[in-house]
Ligand binder design. Sequence first.
Ligand SMILES: [Zn+2]
Length: 287
Amino acid sequence: MIDPLRPDPFVCYRRVPDPHATALDDGPVLLVGADGVFVAPRDSRVRLPRVAELQDASADVPTALHQIAEYDGEPVYAAAAAGVSLPARYEEIGYRELYGITPDEELMLVSRAIQIVSWDRDSAFCSRCAAATEPAHSECVKRCPECGCTQYPRLAPAMIVGVVRDRRLLLAQSPRFRGRFHSILAGFVEPGESAEQCVAREVYEEVGITVRNVRYFDSQPWPFPHSFMLGFTAEHDSGELIIDPAEIVHAGWYAADELPEVPGEVSISGRIINWFREEYGIRRQGK
Ligand SMILES: [Zn+2]
């Protein structure tokens, strides 16, 4: 029976004190490389290495091993792949490639593994006094023994918004995009502002219009390296498009049946664009 107060995957944190000496409950290990995690590809679904395999003579147990969740009744571990010799059938697969072939709750675990392993690597020294930090074992935090400063995994909230005017969606092309690829507007939340204020400010800065009826849509962790995307929809309120050439090379209003090349549904931008297609694709009777 599903316990609604105990979701699966259940997020928890434990740093295994000495992975070489500790008897570990077996479970999958998300080994984080430069671009993604190591998996053994199978026909329909990918397979992760397991702690018991790493404890075989043929492989090494990582020095820093984090238990990041419980999933399907098992502990889920995360570690940096550097220095671990895995059996040859495992290969690195990028986070974006896992979309579409991996269930959402497993993607959440991959995202969590990438962010915890990169936080562990980047918080070895105190950011205030540069002394070597000490990890806690039952909480995801590093403490400085010299000045007491603490470092938790960082999350950078960002907003992404689909703005609609007269049944048309605002799409823009960043200088980073190739070809006809367009997307909806996005930007990082500034210290001191709410997500809704960020929506209004970014839209005004990038294309010179004001918006109204800003409504929360959905969210998505985006571990590159530690963004957290908050999705919104909004309506055009006033002004005509005047683009900021430093941020955008082209912007326009597009009807649902004339969209240029846009992101797929695996990302939150694609989900908002799909919402627009469904909401405004077919002109309903009487409108
Ligand atoms: Zn310090």
